[in-house]
Structures are given as C-alpha cells and as structure tokens.
Design a protein around this ligand. Structure first.
Ligand code: ZN
Ligand code: ZN
Length: 195
C-alpha cells in the first residue's frame, strides 16, 4: 500500500558506474565504502519489488539527473535515490546500449595506480596502460588524438546481489510533468529550493 508520508530522497553516494557484464548493462550506484553499500542494500533495495523499480534520466545541459525509486515491502525504510552527475562516455554508452533494461547492483570505487595494474588495463582515457609513455613523471597517452597526460584508472568492486530493472526512461525536463517519479524528484530537490 502506498504510504501518505513522502519518501525521503537520498543522494549520499558518490556516482554511478555503467558496465556491460553478464550479457546485460549493469548500473552501479557507488558508495564510499563497502559497508555503506551493503547497509543500503540490506535496509532499502532488498525490499524493493523488482517489477516496480523505475529509473529516470533527465538531461540538463552538460549534466544529467539520475532518479531511482520503487515500491517497497518495508515502506517505513524506503528511500529514493537521486544525483546530479556530469555526462560521461560511460553514460552515453549505457544510454545507447540499455534497451530499457539493466541489472542494478551496488558497488564501491577505488583509484588504482599505474604500478598496480597489468599492461592491458585500461586508463580512464580508454587506452590501455601499454599505450602510455613509460618514463617517470611522464605517462602521457601515445595516441596522437588523445589528450590524456597521465595514466589514471580505478576499480569498481560490486556486491554480488542484483535486481533486474525493466522500467528505464530518458526524459527532457519538459517531459517530467507527465512522470510521477521524476516530477516528485524535481519538485522536492530543484524547484522547491528556488523559492
Ligand atoms: Zn590515458
Ligand atoms: Zn588515451
């Protein structure tokens, strides 16, 4: 049963990773540490009915709003997630590849240094370690059309648990008034603050 009390909006996570695993796009909200991710799953996402999970993306210039909510079997602890994030190549790839469905998992993000990874490990620029200069203080990418000046990479660790999301939509800000979840999010987190 829907509750009358508004569901709180949660944005205390660091970002979203988008990855292709298990023959499906994976959407991974990232937390500062593994314990926090596990707690959020246990308290909130575990109780969501898979078929009711909705994800909305609303693009606003160079940024986009990520919005996610669902019906919960434990309404008193339910929370909806939102975050305003910069557009990225991973986001673009997800947008093209998702076909309206994805696995939802939670994870953590950790930076890795050049010496911790193998030669075929990708840099954030998309090119592998071997394609970067060797010398100390200079590890620029060797691809001429790439402006990467420093090998930087990170690792995503994911919780094993996952849920299947089948209701994903990309909306413009003009379209959100027809979408209950996106409208609720913008009303509370954007329009209400303007005053
Ligand atoms: Zn690079
Ligand atoms: Zn590069």
């Amino acid at each position: 049963m829907p509750s009358d009390s508004p569901i709180p909006w949660f944005d205390n996570f660091t970002g979203i990773a988008y990855r292709y695993y298990d023959l499906r796009m994976n959407l991974i909200p990232l937390f500062g540490d593994f314990k926090k991710a596990q707690a959020f799953w246990r308290e909130t996402i575990k109780w969501w009915n898979d078929h009711s999970i909705k994800i909305r993306f609303v693009e606003t210039g160079d940024t986009y709003w990520f919005i996610m909510g669902a019906e919960s079997r434990k309404t008193e602890d339910n929370r909806f997630l939102f975050k305003v994030l910069p557009k990225s190549s991973h986001y673009d790839r997800f947008k093209k590849g998702q076909e309206g469905t994805a696995y939802l998992r939670l994870g953590t993000y950790s930076k890795k240094s050049k010496k911790d990874v193998k030669d075929d490990w990708p840099c954030n620029c998309g090119h592998i370690k071997e394609d970067h200069e060797e010398g100390k203080g200079n590890d620029s990418c060797l691809f001429e059309d790439c402006d990467c000046r420093k090998f930087e990479t990170f690792q995503i660790n994911m919780l094993k648990k996952k849920k299947t999301v089948t209701d994903i939509k990309f909306l413009t800000e003009a379209e959100i008034k027809d979408d209950v979840l996106a409208w609720n999010c913008f009303s509370v987190n954007k329009y209400a603050e303007k005053k």
